[in-house]
Design a protein around this ligand. Structure first.
Ligand SMILES: [Zn+2]
Length: 233
């Protein structure tokens, strides 16, 4: 595999955000609480905290350490990495140690998926979309390239929203993989290039995952992006 990924690739898990114990919030770092405090809506804030708690627990399990032994170490292609950075690609470092975790997390409709690799600073992106949320007027023009719109037009109407959600999840996974988020025009992100794209996604593998594969209810699309030219920052 590329860039230190295990032979099995990233570990991917889905979970119910409501099932995460909010009593574990004291485990989080000051920068995480700072970001939570900027979220005015209570339900949204709880889901944010649940995601951060779950990803810390999973990262600690992966490294075989205590959750409190990890500090957040987000990576932004523009700003670098550090415990005070609260945006970019998520990751953790062992306090005072050499180990770390690269991670990606996505939330939708009360559920979340995370992908992890057992080293810091690797490129990784995962995304979950609810199929019912993508079939709105104007979606195709904003989200899809002309070629993708033609591909969509060739499908039976009953299959189109599932295809849209899959395409959008793949684009979001690629945007997270690059660390650029949606600063990139989504229509230009090659949802189906499968490693053949030039530029930031050359060699990146994108895989669609079905809800059953992850223990999710029906109605979701999930995509994972990993690998590529530089495993580094
Ligand atoms: Zn930045």
């Amino acid at each position: 595999m590329v860039n230190g990924a295990s032979a099995a690739g990233p570990i991917v898990r889905a979970f119910d955000l409501a099932a995460v114990g909010q009593d574990l919030a004291p485990l989080l770092d000051p920068a995480e609480h700072g970001r939570a405090n900027t979220i005015a809506d209570t339900a949204t804030r709880r889901e944010f905290l649940a995601g951060r708690i779950a990803q810390r627990l999973a990262a600690a399990e992966l490294l075989g350490c205590e959750p409190a032994a990890l500090e957040t170490a987000y990576v932004c292609p523009d700003c670098g990495s550090g415990p005070d950075l609260a945006h970019g690609r998520p990751g953790y470092r062992l306090r005072g140690g050499a180990g770390g975790v690269s991670l990606s997390l996505s939330r939708s409709s009360g559920w979340a998926v995370m992908a992890m690799l057992p080293a810091h600073g690797l490129r990784l992106g995962v995304d979950i979309q609810h199929i019912a949320s993508v079939g709105f007027p104007g979606f195709d023009g904003v989200a899809l390239s002309p070629a993708e719109q033609r591909r969509l037009g060739g499908l039976p109407p009953a299959l189109r929203d599932a295809w849209r959600a899959d395409a959008w999840a793949r684009k979001e996974a690629l945007a997270k993989h690059s660390g650029q988020g949606l600063r990139t025009d989504p229509a230009t992100i090659p949802a189906f290039s499968d490693g053949a794209a030039d530029g930031p996604w050359a060699g990146v593998v994108v895989r669609s995952m079905g809800p059953g594969e992850l223990g999710l209810p029906d109605g979701f699309a999930v995509a994972l992006a990993h690998g590529g030219r530089s495993g580094g920052l």
